[in-house]
Every structure is written in structure tokens, then in C-alpha cells.
Design a binder for this molecule. Structure first.
Ligand code: ATP
Ligand code: LTN
Length: 327
């Protein structure tokens, strides 16, 4: 039997090449070997304020991105998180076995609550990792493919599964995290010390999957580089290292091959070719992205929800019995 994988992306902001290289690209490669479930996590998105109309649009957009990237609905199931109510229900139950210090230490919460301070942060943002654990455990997920930044959250899902099993008897599969080395942490183009993020303030931080060719050229041109003029792949030159990593992921060449190719040439040549490589990928991607209608994706998402709801219902029946609810 194939192992089951589950992963998701939030419909907040513009998906960028970091999301693609760190997560979605790997899902596409994994969908033949695994029974795959991919979710558009709208319940997670509202942990920071969203405009309702925009949220609706973004939710369908993420699903189109999955499809355009190569997720095949014949092989994988895609659905919208809020369409399967059991996610919220399990999150509530898991809340009752989660300890405050487990959430206090979450890097993502610390980062995201920085803006308004802990006092101004919503409880939902704090509780985000528990909902994510519910997503994962509801389906007896065995492997969770994500970018580096999500490792801590999957660790919590593992702990909660073990704790619940210990207290109530074997119920949940303990999931493993899967992080692919290449692309696991694409850094911001304007600041190589922080990961590329769709909630970044400057649009020069990221390359969106729906940026046009001119914008990509401009953003790559403006991307910070380290001092010096020779292309170098090292931790001392984090900005260049990041650009070389991006180039490597899109061109299937190793960083060493790339450095060799540009020896004796300036950053200019490298940046021009990098923009061209990214644009080659985006042209094909965007053509597919634009070929889906809202109705088409909605039909796929509804069929997906129907399929996974069966699994979710069964698991919740077991959970309800175990915790002592009257059936
Ligand atoms: P935000 O910027 O709002 O925090 P995000 O860019 O982190 O959002 P998510 O929806 O939280 O996007 O993440 C979707 C997937 O993309 C996750 O698996 C995450 O690990 C991965 N990911 C996000 N940013 C990067 C990055 N810079 N490099 C590699 N993978 C990333
Ligand atoms: N928090 C994740 C998105 C996410 C997820 C999940 C990923 C929500 N639920 C379950 C894997 C499995 C993020 O990437 N920001």
C-alpha cells in the first residue's frame, strides 16, 4: 500500500517561487509514489485579517496553482480545508491536550505576532499549529512534505499524536516530516537573512508565480548581492548563495556547475540568465494557470472534499468515542 502524504498552503498573499521550490514542486514529484492529499488551508489564512472577497479569490487561485504546477487530480486529492468541518472539530479536541509552552516557543508565532506584539495577536494565530496538527492527524498522514520553516509545527503534530495515543489508546499515526534539501529555504531577494515570504512588506522580497517577465527582470536586477564581483557559493555570501540556489532549482544544475559557468564574468550576466531561466518556467506555468476556469477548479475541489470527508468522518467517530462523547 502507498504511504499517505498531506500538505497545504494558505490562500494569503501571492504565492512565490519559495513556496513552489520549497513545497509544491516536491509534491508534484511525490504524487506517483504516495497517496497524496493537498489542501488549501483557508482556516489558517484567517489567523491574520483577510478581506473576505479576496480570500475567496485567493482560495481558488491556490488550487489553480496546484494544478498548473502539475498536481494531477486523477492521482492526488485537492480540497479546501473549510469544506471538511472535521478539521475544526479535531483542532478543538487537540487544544485540550496541548500545553501553552508548546505554542509559546513557535518561531512562526513569534515572527508573525511581532507587528502587534503578543498583546495584539489573535488567539487563532497562537493556536495555528494545533489546527495544522489536526489537518495532519485526521488522515493518518505518514509523511508531511513542507519547507524548513514548518518543521517545528510537524514536530508538535507528532507529540500530540503520541500524547493522545498514550492517554486514549492507539488512534493516530505519528507523521514524519519530509524536507527536501534543495529549495527548502529560499531567502528574500532584498534580505538574505530572512526567508522569502508572501507577507513581506516590499514586493522586491519575492518573485510571485504570477509576475510578468518584465517584473521578474526588474526584481532580479534589484536583488541584493554581496560585495565583490566573482560569483561564489558560500555561507559568507548569503545573497549570492540564495540566487545560485534558485538558479540551480530551476535549471537542474548543481551550484558548482553554475559557479563554474560564470567564472570571469560579472554578476550582470548571471542575473540576466537567472531572470531568463525563471521566466522560461513562469511562461509555461502561467499559460496553464490561465487555462482553468473557476467552475472547473471548484468542481475538482468539491469532489476532493467529498472524498476526504469519508476518511475524516470515520476518524472523528473514533476520536469522539475515545474521549467519551455520547454517540
Ligand atoms: P507567509 O509569508 O505568510 O508566512 P509563507 O510564504 O510562509 O507565508 P505558507 O503558506 O505559510 O507561505 O507556506 C506554504 C509552503 O511553502 C510551506 O510548506 C512552507 O514551508 C513553504 N515555504 C514558504 N516560504 C518558503 C521559502 N522561503 N523557502 C522554501 N519554502 C517555503
Ligand atoms: N502551516 C503550513 C500550511 C499547512 C500545512 C498543514 C502544511 C496547514 N496545514 C498540514 C502541511 C500539513 C504552512 O506552510 N504555512
Amino acid at each position: 500500500m502507498k504511504k499517505r502524504i498531506f500538505s497545504g498552503v494558505q490562500p494569503s498573499g501571492n504565492l512565490h517561487i519559495g513556496n513552489y521550490l520549497g513545497a509544491i514542486k516536491n509534491w508534484v514529484e511525490m504524487q506517483d509514489q504516495f497517496e497524496s492529499i493537498f489542501c488549501v488551508v483557508d482556516l489558517h489564512a484567517i489567523t491574520v485579517p483577510q478581506d473576505p472577497q479576496k480570500l475567496r479569490e485567493k482560495t481558488l487561485e491556490i488550487a489553480k496553482i496546484y494544478l498548473a504546477a502539475g498536481i494531477d487530480p486523477q492521482k492526488s486529492t485537492i480540497f479546501i480545508q473549510s469544506h471538511v468541518v472535521q478539521h475544526s472539530e479535531l483542532a478543538w479536541i487537540l487544544n485540550t491536550i496541548t500545553k501553552m509552552p508548546e505554542l509559546d516557543k513557535m518561531t512562526q508565532f513569534k515572527d508573525k505576532s511581532q507587528k502587534d506584539g503578543r498583546e495584539g495577536a489573535q488567539v487563532g494565530l497562537y493556536d495555528y499549529p494545533v489546527l495544522m496538527a489536526a489537518d495532519i492527524l485526521l488522515y493518518d498522514t505518514e509523511v508531511v512534505p513542507v519547507g524548513e520553516d514548518q518543521k517545528q509545527h510537524v514536530e508538535l503534530a507528532r507529540n500530540l499524536a503520541q500524547r493522545f495515543n498514550q492517554r486514549f489508546g492507539q488512534t493516530f499515526t505519528v507523521p514524519d516530516v519530509f524536507i527536501k534539501q534543495e529549495g527548502m529555504r529560499i531567502m528574500g531577494l532584498d534580505n538574505p537573512a530572512k526567508k522569502m515570504s508572501k507577507s513581506a512588506i516590499s514586493e522586491y522580497n519575492y518573485i510571485s508565480l504570477i509576475d510578468d517577465a518584465k517584473t521578474v527582470e526588474k526584481k532580479i536586477k534589484k536583488a541584493v548581492t554581496d560585495s565583490g564581483s566573482e560569483l561564489e557559493y558560500s555561507d559568507e555570501k548569503p545573497a549570492l548563495k540564495n540566487l545560485i540556489n534558485i538558479y540551480a532549482c530551476f535549471s537542474n544544475q548543481s551550484p558548482e556547475e553554475i559557479v563554474k559557468k560564470y567564472q570571469g564574468k560579472g554578476y550582470g550576466d548571471f542575473k540576466r540568465d537567472l531572470a531568463e531561466t525563471i521566466n522560461g518556467f513562469l511562461a509555461d506555468f502561467q499559460e496553464k494557470f490561465n487555462s482553468y476556469s473557476d467552475e472547473q477548479v471548484l468542481a475538482i475541489l468539491r469532489a476532493g472534499a467529498e472524498k476526504v470527508e469519508k476518511i475524516a468522518k470515520e476518524k472523528m467517530k473514533e476520536v469522539r468515542e475515545k474521549v467519551g462523547f455520547v454517540m
